[in-house]
Design a protein around this ligand. Structure first.
Ligand code: ZN
Length: 83
């Protein structure tokens, strides 16, 4: 995927970024998971494991933000994983 896209709203340059996930003193990049989230039985958090949600592996997501108007478009791609 191109690192710089054109904004569908104003045709400005869109710059790649990521959406951090802050939890339990860890920070990681957010991922996409199929389906609807379910609350844990033990607390108000969403069920998830180190492998992902119910053992599924999420697809890393990246957001492309327009420098002109601020519009954000989000894509999923295994290539967006942290390096
Ligand atoms: Zn724009």
């Amino acid at each position: 995927m191109n690192e710089i896209l054109k904004c569908p709203k104003c045709n400005g340059d869109m710059i790649r970024g990521f959406i951090p996930d802050f939890a339990n003193n860890f920070v990681k990049a957010s991922s996409w998971f199929e389906g609807q989230p379910q609350k844990s039985y033990w607390n108000s958090f969403i069920k998830i494991s180190w492998k992902g949600w119910f053992g599924k592996v999420g697809i890393p997501i990246a957001g492309f933000c327009c420098k002109g108007c601020g519009f954000i478009e989000i894509y999923s791609d295994p290539g967006f994983a942290a390096k």
